[in-house]
Design a binder for this molecule. Structure first.
Ligand code: FRU
Length: 481
């Protein structure tokens, strides 16, 4: 174990014990509801139940009692939640719609089937439907239902569920008028290498380049290649959905939503105002999730990101940015701006945890420029750009003593300069670094464990000069939950 690490200040963690996937993400009457895979009794995976937290600004979260609890026969695996406005399920009353959670019952028999629970008090108390499960294929790997209301061109609509046959690398689609009876629509996949699992799908529409007349569809699927290599990550396909079948755009396969190591099971909030798509993911990786050196909590959620689709090379691509709620929050201290200066060598830059750091780097002869976070002589994370190859690299060594043999990472991507400059945004917290580059086309999310000391940062330019400018916004909220 490394020395105790501070608790994240911007990222949701539970007071104690284990969490994994975000579940049941739902916006309702000004409140963002986050449910999540939770072990209420320990800091390792087990006793899977849905925990619950709420926020009004996507930054400060209040943890509530367990929402849907496991029993000896039934673990409550991942799923989603919707507001049943028209009371199609009959769980609500006229004028008092129920929230319906659709989750996977992982049964003691090994079978996985989809079940319902409902809340008539805005998400705080839940009743399991007595006729569960509502959808059973006799499978042992049928899970993670994400349900949304689909509106056809003629204005009529129905519920659509995307779920996975995890071992077969398939997303399966169903429809329903009542949330209780489901009818098979179609399959997507298998599409990629036969190893590992497909988990936690999502399906949603987004305008391409902000043009509502030109919508695209995004199918999210998380990939766990079997706890080897670089481990688990969230991926996506773009394509079209006609209410029955998802047809991927030709020529592009699964792409990563995030290029770091710790962004898994990413799914979006249902019902977000203005049709926005806000994604949350689990800030961990199945390779080492159960051995991360934190106590008494284990696991955190990513910062929420607002997604957009932009014209890309061949097919549209996803971009990510901080939602306005976070960007404009009064939880940030006034920005400290470091005016542009010419740099050759290294120069300290204040490291504030938590903070948003905006860096602008313009190569003026340097062969490498970047930013480094260190504790004493020990590197926590390094961002480095080589102008000659346009390669941006995020490196994260394994702390000592190590977390896991696959923890150390060096991820490289091609990122073009814009107007001769590289613009990077870093979101820094006590146990994570989230990097946004190339106008949100590229993000990296990595957990880090600097230990009890948070350390310091430098900017650097090697082999020549660079023009550097920075803005640091410190988060006011220092108090952990
Ligand atoms: C993904 C996952 C889901 C499952 C849940 C169980 O991390 O394996 O497929 O529903 O976690 O906790």
């Amino acid at each position: 174990m490394t020395a105790a690490t501070g608790r994240p200040a911007l990222h949701f963690t539970t007071r104690q014990n284990w969490i994994n996937d975000p579940n049941g993400l739902l916006w309702l009457d000004g409140t963002w509801h986050l449910f999540y895979q939770h072990n209420p009794f320990g800091a390792a995976w087990g006793n899977m139940s849905w925990g619950h937290a709420t926020s009004t600004d996507l930054l400060h979260w209040t943890e509530h009692p367990v929402a849907i609890a496991c029993t000896p026969e039934e673990s409550i695996f991942s799923g989603s939640a919707v507001l049943d406005r028209a009371n199609s399920s009959g769980f609500g009353e006229p004028g008092r719609p129920a929230i319906v959670a659709v989750y996977t019952s992982a049964l003691a028999s090994g079978r996985q089937a989809q079940s319902l629970a409902y809340s008539t008090d805005g998400g705080y108390h839940w009743t399991k439907y007595e006729q569960n499960p509502v959808l059973d294929r006799g499978s042992t790997a049928f899970r993670d239902p994400k349900v949304f209301w689909y509106t056809a061109d003629d204005g009529t609509g129905y519920w659509v569920m995307v779920a996975v046959e995890a071992d077969d690398h398939r997303v399966v689609l169903y429809r329903s008028d009542t949330l209780r009876e489901w009818h098979y629509l179609s399959d997507v996949g298998p599409l990629d290498s036969p190893d590992g699992l497909w988990e936690c799908p999502d399906l949603f529409r987004l305008p391409i380049d902000g043009d509502p007349a030109n919508p695209g569809w995004v199918l999210i699927v998380s990939r766990d290649p079997g706890r080897t290599g670089t481990g688990s990550y969230t991926a996506y396909l773009t394509g079209d959905f006609d209410g029955e079948r998802f047809t991927p755009h030709p020529g592009v396969g699964l792409r990563r939503v995030d290029h770091g190591r710790d962004f898994y099971a990413g799914v979006t909030f249902d019902g977000a105002p203005g049709g926005r798509r806000v994604m949350l993911a689990w800030l961990s990786n199945w390779n080492y999730a159960e051995v991360t050196p934190t106590d008494p909590w284990r696991g955190a959620m990513s910062i929420p990101r607002e997604l957009a689709l932009v014209t890309g090379d061949g097919a549209p691509e996803l971009t990510q940015r901080l939602p306005a709620e976070i960007e404009g929050s009064d939880s940030w201290a006034s920005p400290v701006t470091v005016a542009p200066f010419l740099l050759e060598g290294r120069r300290p830059l204040a490291l504030e945890l938590p903070s948003i750091v905006d860096l602008e780097l313009e190569p003026r002869g340097a062969t490498a420029i970047g930013w480094e976070w260190t504790v004493g002589d020990t590197l926590v994370a390094r961002v480095e750009y080589e102008p000659a190859s346009s390669q941006l690299t995020l490196s994260r060594p394994d702390p000592s003593p190590g977390v896991h043999p696959t923890f150390a990472s060096v991820e490289r991507l091609t990122v073009p300069l814009t107007g001769g400059r590289l613009r990077l945004r870093l979101l820094l917290d006590h146990t994570s670094i989230e990097l946004f580059a190339d106008a949100g086309r590229v993000t990296w999310t990595d957990v880090v464990f600097p230990g009890a000391e948070s350390g310091g940062a430098v900017v650097f330019a090697r082999g020549g000069q660079a023009l550097v400018a920075a803005t640091v916004r410190r988060g006011e909220r220092g108090d952990p939950i």
